[in-house]
Design a protein around this ligand. Structure first.
Ligand code: GTP
Ligand code: MG
Length: 193
């Protein structure tokens, strides 16, 4: 896809703030600092439209990015960051549930995991949560640039096995650093739009 327009429409904390134009949406999900915002930026060729940081917890709201006037990427806060209070975690849970459970124009979720590591308990929980709501899940194993070429296939297998990914689920290696996997990711995303 050739992205000619990309703009932030709203940073929402509750459903009354979601955009009302009912365009299809693709939402991100994944651990804090795994590379969700970086994935969006690389896909749309913008350096820092979705704000990124080397410190976890950068994205705190549901950020709706309108792309080519035709769909939204929805960036979300990550999970699994230890230095978060119980109250903050509850707020996160409520915001995520409200969105993922109830949003009708949500077409698919992109679950970002780190290809260097075995998916965490939280990753497995998130995967199961998304599947429970019968959402198509695209697993993107990012930071591919950090794994040597000879080890990539094995790391990808670990991701698939640990998540117990369904055969119909797509698992894509990706790098926001080198753009490897970008064309494949667009192909898959477009099939849901
Ligand atoms: P939160 O908003 O805190 O949940 O994090 P996030 O998942 O949005 O992560 P973000 O995109 O902010 O990236 C976190 C860090 O990982 C940044 O320092 C990025 O530069 C780095 N990063 C993201 N993707 C890649 C990648 O593919 N390769 C490498 N080498 N670094 C990456
Ligand atoms: Mg982020």
């Amino acid at each position: 896809m050739k992205v000619t327009e990309a703009e932030i429409v709203i940073s929402a904390v509750s459903k009354k703030q979601y955009p009302g134009d009912m365009l299809p949406e693709i939402a991100l999900a994944g651990r804090s600092n795994v590379g969700k915002s970086s994935f969006i930026n690389k896909m749309i060729n913008r350096k820092n439209l979705a704000r990124t940081s080397s410190k976890p917890g950068k994205t705190q709201t549901l950020n709706f990015y309108k792309i080519n006037q035709s769909f939204y990427f929805v960036d979300v806060p990550g999970y699994g960051y230890a230095k978060v209070s119980k109250k903050e975690r509850e707020k996160w849970g409520k915001m995520m549930e409200e969105y993922f459970m109830e949003r009708e124009n949500l077409k698919a979720a992109v679950l970002i995991v780190d290809i260097r590591h075995q998916p965490t308990e939280d990753d497995i929980m998130m995967y199961d949560f998304l599947k429970h709501f019968e959402l198509p899940v695209i697993v993107v194993a990012t930071k591919l640039d950090k794994v040597s070429k000879t080890k990539r296939a094995a790391h990808l297998q670990t991701v698939i096995k640990t998540l117990q990914a369904d055969v119909e689920d797509i698992v894509l290696p990706f790098s926001a650093e080198t753009a490897e996997g970008k064309e494949e990711a667009w192909k898959v995303l477009q099939s849901f739009l």
